[in-house]
Design a protein around this ligand. Structure first.
Ligand code: MEV
Length: 440
């Protein structure tokens, strides 16, 4: 048991490393060496990364891959993906290629509304509160003018403020439910700053309002914060083709494949255990692009899963149909993303990912990200309902197993060659590796 440490954040980077290595690892010298191995050789670049967060001791690498051949609204994209899981980039690329030959992906922005709320408690007459709110609303907007002027110049700003009475759900609980258009910024800081100003103005004005009795003037602000549930910041992406064009392989007819895809989606719609995994596959694609473009994948995850449960049962985020000989596969998903501000201006690889995506607006990025999710789900579900997932997955995982075993490059090449015609399993790879080593 180690003692708690006070003032850790005040220690130098080296002192922090020494402390962690010595207190928590069995080989401190090895730990220190490992942490330093991941530092950037360019000290300015390293400093930049050190300053993204607090108490930084090193960098944590994720591979950045490219899934090419995405035709989205007739424009070709190569999509950067940051992810640790093997076979995700391969699956995305495979789906992209499949749909490239069938007209590509079509997308549509359904809305871009962001949300924030001031949560407060009030125990007086609701009619008095309503009258006060109507009176103070213009002042709430006016008091944020200095905060909103830049955003307004870009075409965004506060779009509405509503008073919501939530007392049937929680005694004395009300909200200011506020909506925003943050254009190409994700807008979290902008929204939170506006909300805190609303809260100040609201509580202060209440103290002098003639609408309230003396005891009603004490409005208690609980908190002011954006919501990551943005059901009206919504994008749709779809693929369609004539059923005859849905020939995936020689072993399954297009009709049978379409029915299997639809059935898989139907299962996810009635069975939350399956829906969660189905949607996890979608998020494999979504998160990888969100991360590569410097966006907040936790916000996107939380919002997507809430949306999947919006009708009270957790369901699939994708949909499939076969009508009049046309197969359609689509997704609707809320995505609050930015292509300016935050990490987008700071992290060189984020800047590069956005450049590779041809410097998209936030709306364009929403469409690209939704497509990555749809493609990923198409690839995963089509494998699941045909060959099963393990065949492809294990082929992709083969190199991970060989790296764990410490195989050399020539050994890897030989074993990869062998498994072109054999089923990959962990034990089969270990056996092949041992045999090769013993023979040499
Ligand atoms: C694995 O990361 C993702 C899948 O489980 C998704 C799915 O089951 O649809 C293959």
């Amino acid at each position: 048991m180690t003692d708690p440490i006070l003032g850790f954040s005040k220690l130098s980077k080296q002192q922090k490393i020494d402390w962690v290595a010595e207190q928590y690892t069995h080989d401190p010298e090895k730990t220190k060496k490992l942490l330093k191995q991941y530092w950037n050789i360019d000290s300015e670049m390293q400093k930049l990364h050190d300053e993204f967060i607090e108490n930084t001791i090193t960098n944590y690498y994720l591979p950045l891959g490219i899934a090419p051949n995405f035709l989205i609204n007739d424009k070709l994209y190569a999509i950067p993906m940051a992810i640790e899981e093997s076979s995700v980039v391969a699956a995305a690329s495979k789906a992209a290629k499949f749909w490239l030959d069938r007209g590509g992906f079509k997308t549509e922005i359904i809305g871009t509304e962001k949300v924030g709320q001031v949560h407060f408690m009030y125990s007086g007459n609701p009619a008095h509160l309503e009258a006060f709110f109507n009176e103070v609303k213009p002042k709430l907007i006016e008091d944020t003018k200095t905060l909103t002027s830049n955003m307004e110049k870009r075409g965004g700003g506060i779009t509405n403020i509503e008073l919501r009475n939530k007392t049937s759900e929680l005694k004395d609980y009300y909200q200011l439910h506020c909506t925003f258009d943050t254009m190409d910024a994700m807008g979290a800081n902008f929204i939170n700053t506006c909300l805190e100003q609303f809260a100040d103005t609201f509580a202060n004005q209440a103290k002098a309002s003639p609408f309230f009795t003396e005891s009603e003037k004490q409005i208690e602000i609980v908190m002011s914060i954006l919501s990551n549930y943005v059901p009206n910041c919504l994008v749709r992406a779809e693929v369609t083709c004539a059923i005859d064009d849905l020939q995936l392989s020689k072993t399954i007819s297009p009709e049978e494949f379409a029915q299997k895809m639809i059935r898989a989606v139907n299962i996810a719609n009635v069975e939350p255990h399956r829906a969660v995994t189905h949607n996890k596959g979608i998020m494999n694609g979504i998160d990888a692009v969100v991360l590569a473009t410097g966006n907040d994948f936790r916000a996107v995850e939380a919002g997507a899963h809430a949306f999947a449960a919006k009708n009270g049962t957790y369901k699939s985020l994708t949909h499939a149909s076969l009508e009049n000989g046309i197969f359609k596969f689509w997704i609707e998903i809320p995505l609050a993303l930015g292509t300016i501000g935050g990490l987008t201006n700071l992290h060189p690889l984020v800047g590069l990912a956005l450049e590779i995506l041809q410097k998209p607006t936030a709306k364009e990025l929403m469409q690209i990200v939704a497509v990555a999710g749809l493609a990923q789900n198409f690839a995963a579900v089509s494998s699941l309902v045909t060959t099963g997932i393990q065949e492809g997955h294990m082929k992709m995982h083969l190199l991970n197993i060989l790296n764990q075993l410490g195989a050399t490059e020539p050994e890897k090449n030989k074993i990869v060659d062998h498994f072109k015609n054999h089923t990959v399993s962990h034990s089969a790879v270990v056996a092949a590796f041992k045999k090769l080593r013993n023979n040499s």
